[in-house]
Design a protein around this ligand. Structure first.
Ligand code: SF4
Length: 324
């Protein structure tokens, strides 16, 4: 086994129960993550990206129906652990998460240093002074200097609050951080600052990220490899360079065609139609009702993963010999 391999996700699926039927939010997902590596997971809203992230850290909603597969962290199947062991040994300690919109859920009546230190006091039984000392260290690492650490959340800008949220994820020294749309609520300049911070932390602390985003333009800054999700499935997995230079699944190509570039005459295109219901998804290739290249086989038979090159796979019949 590769010594650098940190996480191996195998045939991971999860579904929710709803009044209208069962929702297959994540369907047989497979990927690896090495130490210090970033996997960006992209796709339209409702494709299962956030469900995947929450599933990895086992924060399931009440209506969870089924969870299957294996999540191997350092070769240990953390999906089979009982909840108490997972909470004590894995969640926050090995794997932490920056939730979408979390900066708006900081407690307005507690100073930020306390909010960052709290997990050490409550879960690790570390005395208050030591916990505050460590919290200040981590806050300083994310660019919140001493005086600001003693402030209340309402005294901080959006970017500073997001730095506090990142400090909260780092306080227990996790090896993997799940970033769920970490910059979506920020203006473009602050977004750039937070991306630079994430890059710096990744390098300094040798962190691994799973970066969930609908904003493809951001991925080139942080990602080493890309997973494109559609209707709960990964339809293309590739090194980041191949994602941009040799996209193979038709959905990936259309996603890229919908992203503006700074230079060039590129005409922006939107993807026709809308994502399918995960209660009753289309047969065959789930993208077939929207695909401009659909063939008869696409409507009835699920395409396999075709190997395009080393570490590059796509689940589209046209990837077989790159006919398009
Ligand atoms: Fe389109 Fe068929 Fe490829 Fe699906 S498998 S993306 S329907 S060409």
């Amino acid at each position: 086994m590769d010594d650098n391999l940190l996480l191996k996700v195998q045939d991971f699926s999860l579904s929710y129960r709803t009044r209208k039927g069962d929702v297959a939010a994540v369907n047989r997902v497979n990927f690896d993550l090495k130490k210090g590596e970033t996997l960006a997971v992209v796709g339209e809203s409702g494709c299962g990206k956030s469900s995947l992230a929450r599933g990895l850290i086992r924060l399931f909603p009440r209506n969870i129906k089924n969870v299957e597969g294996q999540i191997l962290l350092n070769n240990r199947d953390i999906l089979s652990l009982d909840e108490e062991t997972f909470r004590k040994e894995i969640r926050w300690k090995e794997m932490a998460m920056v939730f979408q919109g979390a900066m708006n859920s900081l407690n307005p009546v507690l100073k930020v240093v306390f909010q960052v230190a709290e997990p050490l006091i409550v879960h690790y039984d570390i005395d208050r002074n030591s916990a505050f000392g460590r919290a200040k260290e981590v806050l300083s690492m994310v660019g919140i200097s001493g005086a600001f650490a003693e402030r209340y959340p309402f005294e901080l800008s959006g970017g500073m609050k997001q730095r506090v949220i990142i400090a909260m994820a780092l306080i227990t020294n996790p090896k993997i951080i799940l970033l769920d749309e970490p910059t979506s609520a920020l203006d473009i300049i602050t977004q750039e600052n937070i991306m630079n911070l994430l890059k710096m932390l990744k390098k300094e602390l040798n962190l691994s990220y799973i970066f969930i985003t609908h904003d493809i333009a951001l991925t080139s800054e942080l990602a080493d490899k890309m997973a494109v999700m559609y209707a709960g499935e990964i339809v293309e997995l590739s090194p980041v360079e191949d994602f941009y230079s040799n996209p193979s699944h038709i959905y990936t190509r259309l996603l890229l065609d919908s992203v503006p570039t700074l230079r060039g005459e590129k005409k922006l295109k939107s993807i026709p139609g809308s994502p399918p219901s995960l209660i009753d998804p289309p047969s065959g290739c789930k993208f077939h009702p929207r695909c401009p290249y659909v063939m008869d086989i696409c409507k009835t038979e699920e395409p396999p993963f075709y190997k395009i090159s080393e570490n590059h796979f796509a689940r589209c019949y046209l990837s077989e010999d790159k006919k398009v």
